[in-house]
Structures are given as structure tokens and as C-alpha cells.
Design a protein around this ligand. Sequence first.
Ligand SMILES: O=C(O)CCC(=O)C(=O)O
Ligand SMILES: [Fe+2]
Length: 846
Amino acid sequence: MRGAINDYNFYKAASIDCRLKCSSKVDGFRTNYTELGVWVDQTFYEKVIKKSVCLKKCRANQFRHRQESEGEKDRHSIRTIDEAFAERRPYGYLHYCYYKLEQYKDAAAAAYTFYLANPHDMSVLESINYYRNLDDVEVSDFVDLERKDYQKLRMEAETAYKEEKWEESRKKIEQALAAYYKEEERCRAHCEEVHSPNIFPDFDVNVADLYITVLLCQFGCEDKLSVLLKDKEENYLAEHYNYLQFLLYKLNHVDLAVEAVATALLLNPDDIDMRKNRAFYVMNLGYHQAHFIPRKEAVDYVKRRQEMDKLLKYVMDVYDTADQEDEDLFTTDEQSSSDGIQSSSLLHQKDHYMKRYEQIGIKLKAGSKELKGKLRFVADGLLREEQCEELISVLKMIKPEEQIITNLTVSEIMESAKEEEENEVALRMFLRVSEVIRHYTGQYFNQSAFFIRQAVIMCQQPNSGKDFTEGCIQQSDGSCLQSNITKTSERHYIAIIYLNDLTDGHMYFLDKDNNKQSKVEAKCGRLIGFQASDRYGWNGLSKKDRCVLVLQFTIDRTEDDNSHRKAMTQLYTAEQTKKKGYKNNRTQMLKHFDNEGLKLSMNETDLLGKDRFVVDGMANEDQCRMLMELAKMGAIIGDGYDGDQSPHSDHELYMGLSVHGASKLVDINAINKDVVQLYLDLTEKGRLWEENYLNLSTVLYFDFTHLVCRKALDDGVTSRDDLSHQVHADNCVIQRDGTCRKEFPAYIQRDYSGLLYLNDDFEGGEFFFAHPNQTEQIALKPKCGRMVGFNAGDYHGVKAVMKGQRCALAMWFTTDSNFKELAHIKARKTIHKLNQREMWNSRDEL
Ligand SMILES: O=C(O)CCC(=O)C(=O)O
Ligand SMILES: [Fe+2]
């Protein structure tokens, strides 16, 4: 029996070897059309003939020393034998023989091998139980004698994985994959072997019929191989890439991990976990759609299976049924229209995104017509004023030395961010903004594979720019316009974003004779997109620095600059380490607050909702008065609402002062620094309370902080049925059906909200929580030092302020450090600087 198994295995392996060898040999042939006449597709039949010759030779050679049995010539009996071996029937006999010979270890292995293919066979189960109870048989004796390399390696990989030996596991998984693909190829070759014809009565029909049988068999290879022990495993092959992505991530090969994600999703697009992984790489590590390219081996595999599938479907639909002679397999409707679908969906996608961008304030201002060039556009609203200022100040901080042109790259900010927290926040913003610009520009130009090639912040001093007339037309990198434009720049695009408003120093597009075609004025947040081969230049500057953010894009993946992803990864890792070490010392903190006189007035039970609280004593009367005073002096009407003085109610005046605004006022000496210090301290106290009271396991960051007043207008209206602030949630848009959707233009990054009230000398103005149908759930009256906190997704509103003015410190928190409000750090720095100056001054006086 052992001899039979050995013989069979040899026969099978040798035949497959011959087939593979001969296939690869004929695949290399170029067909000579004159050799065989024109009555058939020569390429195909010539290959068949040559392969047949090769096979005959190869087999004769392989089986030289073996006797060819009668059965070898009889395909039918070969198939029967094949089935018997596939079901492992010989092992059923084998284990019984060993049993009789009292070789129990061998018997155990044979029985186990048989059992794996016949798990429902009661007698073999009994035998296994019997062997298991024997003294000289151990668990390790139950081995699968037919186990293939690809299964063995996969098991070893899983063992290493469980033991957290990442490198070893990765190596094994890669080997398992290589072994799988090899085994699958052999499986397909074997299909040809088993179903090969040896008689040709009706040549064409027979060849076709037989080919279909082979095809069916080959298509089944995946199922056949998707077994580790005895049961078929779902997504067997895809699982390898699942392991791989985790291992590669652990081993810090993030680019390769991304490739594994793409491959896993190619093989199993419905894998929810893998989709989440993809989102993780995009959100946290700076990858985008075009980076997710699956491995070639899997692409080929899938393509081959699709082709087989298509052919088989064709067979089902057409070949077996009717006389549709003209049916052409290779120009099906699906295929001919697919290009059309693709391009129209790309256009559709562009429209979709452009609308979305409009909702968040990014507006297209000019296109090719206005700018007089095919691929050009101008859009506004890419950056807010404070973001423009921030990017400029980062440059000035890192490179303070005076230069005509100063450039700052992502890597340089990354270096500086290691020491300065402020620069870290700026770096996050820079990366976020660059990504938006990349996506926007790519969408505009209908390029889905769009990569950043280079990104710099650049400032140029006044009067250093040469005008057109002086023979140098300056480009975004400070060089002069070249007359010979290289061909390579066709695949490059440029985006220039102005960081300041200027009355001069505008950009011009030029024709080939350097005549001005169109002009774009400088304005913070204005984006100009165009092809790198376009001719453009700047007017000489006269008054202020001209600062811009310049992004160069490429559609060639090999030119993709990875410093953005490196920076994102660095930030993410640092954040994770910080989070690990982070333990909020809840009890101690709350005790400290208790000593300070803070008192919890209402908890989540009182307030009818999880994560809600009201705490009193957060500020004393003096502190409230000082902040009311600050609001009176510094609050801007319509702040945060584009200057709209009554954004919520026509009968009230709305005004606000952000931390950013307050810090600007101290900087120009318009307000006292101590009151800004108080602004910072009280909001920090509120933040700490909320983080500790809610017992959050992560840090709460400020996302936005606003000192806000709502003042009843003296408009003679005494009865009102409107609200001071309609029912809303702080991080989502309430839908008609009462659900809330986290989408633009809501501030979806906000996780928790807090309001610290400063006064109670007004009428109306109660805060209330609301039901999904927007009716009142529970209301409370503001007063000095009272803070209400809640989940930013909770529905709430403010009743009409009937008389007087109602002020509060509004705080919105996020757990996402990417949105950390930079102004708090900045304001502290400014105050620190002023304190130091004061100290020096008082020393001088002594
Ligand atoms: O001032 C209040 O009590 C609430 C204000 C509010 O909900 C908001 O501005 O989002
Ligand atoms: Fe709100």
C-alpha cells in the first residue's frame, strides 16, 4: 500500500512537472503562419501540437525506469484512481495494515490522514480513539501524511503569530503564499492531466468539451486548496494578506502593509475589518486611495479566475444552449460600455466633491475660460486667516534669519516639532491642509492617482522680486522662467496657495511669448492650480512679504514624496506612546476640585442622559465680572458667523471672542494680559473637570473656545416664540427623521461640549436638552461659575434672551489631536513673554 501511494505521488508529480515544463516552453513560441496553413487559429493549435510532442518526450524520460501499466493508457481508470487518492482511501487500508503489524505510531498517522478527508467515517474515529489511549502513541504521532507545503507553512506562520514572533511569522506567511500559488498552478496543470483526451473523433467539439471540463476543474482548484485541516476555510488565500498586513505594520514596513491591505481587499472586498484598516492608514498615517495597489501575484490570480469565470458563464449561457453563432465573447456589452461608465462616474465624482467642498466654504472662482489656459483654476477658502498666519509664523520661527527667499519643508517642520509643541500643532495643520489641497486639485483635474511630489512654505521679501521687464520672470521656487520647457513636466501639476492678502505681487499666466494672459490677486487661502508646463510669473513686490504654500503634484507614483506619510506616522506613534502612558488620576483630581469648592449639582440621572453634568463653583464673582468686561471690550459682533450680527435670532445681538482673538489683542496691547490669563485658566479648569469627571481614557483637547454673549435687542418686541439658539447637536446635522448625521459642514471632530456661564442678570436664556423631535427634555438656568457638560452629539438649545445680556465661555473638545486648538499654546507664550519683559523692567527700576 505504501508502494502504491509512493508510486501514485511520483506519477502525479512527474506528470505535472512535465506539463508545466512543456507549457512554459510553448508559451515562448512565436507562431510562423506559413507552417500550418490558414484553416485554424495557428497559434493555439501549433501550441497544442508542440506541447503534445514535448509531453510525450518528457514522460518517456520520467518513466523510463518504470513499467507503464495498462491503466496508464486508459483515461477513465486514471480518473477513478485519482478520485480514490483524493479521498485518501489508501490510508484507510494502510492504517489497518499497520494495526495488524502492531506498528501503532504509523497506524495513528495513517488513520489521522484518512480521517481528515473522511471526517464522518465512524470506524476511523473509533480507531483514532483507540490509538490515542495506547501508551506508546503520543499526540504528536497524529500527523497528516499528505500535508502540503503551503498548509504546513501557513500553520507554522500561525504558531509564530500566536507567539508574537512577527518577523518569523511574516517570513512563513510569505513562503506559504509562494507555496500556495505554486500549488494552485500545479492543481490547474493536474486538471489538464486528468481530463486530457486521447481520442479525437469530432476534433473541434471534443477539444472544446474537454477544455470546458478542464476549465471547471481548474476553477475548482481554489476550493480544493482552501483547506488547512479538514474543512474548507472561507477566504483562505485572502487571510494570508490579512496576517501579512498586521505583521508588516508591526515590523514597521508600512508601505508594504498598505499593499497587503489592498491585496486582501482585492481578494475579499467585503472584509469589514480590512476596510477599517484601510481607513486607519488613510486617517492616521497619510495614505490615500492611489497608494492602495495590490500585489501583482494576486492581481494575476484574480484576473485569471475572472477570465475562467467569464468563459464558464459564456458556456452556461451560450455554448450549451443555442445556435447564436455570431455571439462574440470578447465584445460583450459589459466590456464595450465599461469605459463609458468609468469616465462618466469620474465626472460625477468630481461634481459630488465640488459640491461638498462648497459646503465647507471652498469655492471655485475661475476656470480655464477666465484664466485663458486649458488646465487652470482658482479656488478660495482653502485656509482660514489664523491658519495662514500660523503657517507664516512657523516659517519665521524655524528660520528667523533674514533671507530674500526662505523655504520650509515638511521634514524641517517635523524636526522642529520634536521639541516645540506649538510646531507639532502647526505640522498637523500643514499636513491636513496639504491633503485637502491634493485631493481638491486631483479631483479638479480628474486624476485619481495624484501624489505630492514636493511641498514648501515660501516667503519672499519685499522688493526682491524682479518684474517681467527685467528679463527674469520669477517662478514659485524663486528661479526665472525657462524658455525650454522639458517634456517631463506634462505629468506634473502645481498648486500655489497664498498665505497673505496683498495689494501687489500678483501672479500672472503668460503665453509662449511671455505676454500676460490672466492675473490672480493675492489673498489668504486662495488656491491656484495649473500644469507645471504652464508659463507664469510674479510682479515685483513692493510693500510686504509675499508668502505662499507651494505644492507640486505628480501622477507618477514613483515620484511620490513620502515625507508627509513619515510625518503623519511619527505624529501617530508619538500620540500612541503618550496615550499609553496617560492615566487620568481621577479620584485625586476630583478631590482637588472638591477642595477648590467645585460642587456637582446634577449628574447624568438628574439630567436624563449619559455623560451629562452640571457643576457649580467653577468661577467666582470677580472672575465672572472680569470676563464679562473682556467680552464688552474685545468681543466681535457676529464672530465665527462671518460677521452676521444675529445668526440665531433676529431679536438678539450675537458677539464672541476666541482665544485666538484674545491673544491677538494682548499682542497689540489692547487688553490686559491678566484677563487673558484668566480666560485660559478657567477654560483649562473646565477641560480638566470634564476629562476627569467623565473618566475618559484619552486626553480631551480644545477644538474651539469662544467667549460668547447674546444680547436682547431693544426692538420693542415683548413676546417671542423663537429661540436664542435653535435645537442642534454640536458634531452632526439633524435630519428630518430626527437622526443626526456626522457629515460636513458639521464639526464632526468634536466629541464633548462644555459651557461655563458668567452671569444671571438677564431674562430668559435657559439652556435645555432636547428630544430627537426637538421638544424640551430638561432645562437649566445659567449663573456665574456654573458649567454644563455633555456629549457633543446630544440635542440641545437656548431659549430666547428676553432682556439683558447672557455671556458664557463655550468650549468644544475633541479626542483627536489633529484638531488641537493652537491658540491656547500661542496665547500662553505671548503672556509668558510679557511677564518676562515686566520682570526685567522692574529689575531695571531697582
Ligand atoms: O450658550 C449655550 O448655553 C449653548 C450654546 C450652544 O449650544 C452652541 O453655541 O453650540
Ligand atoms: Fe451647542
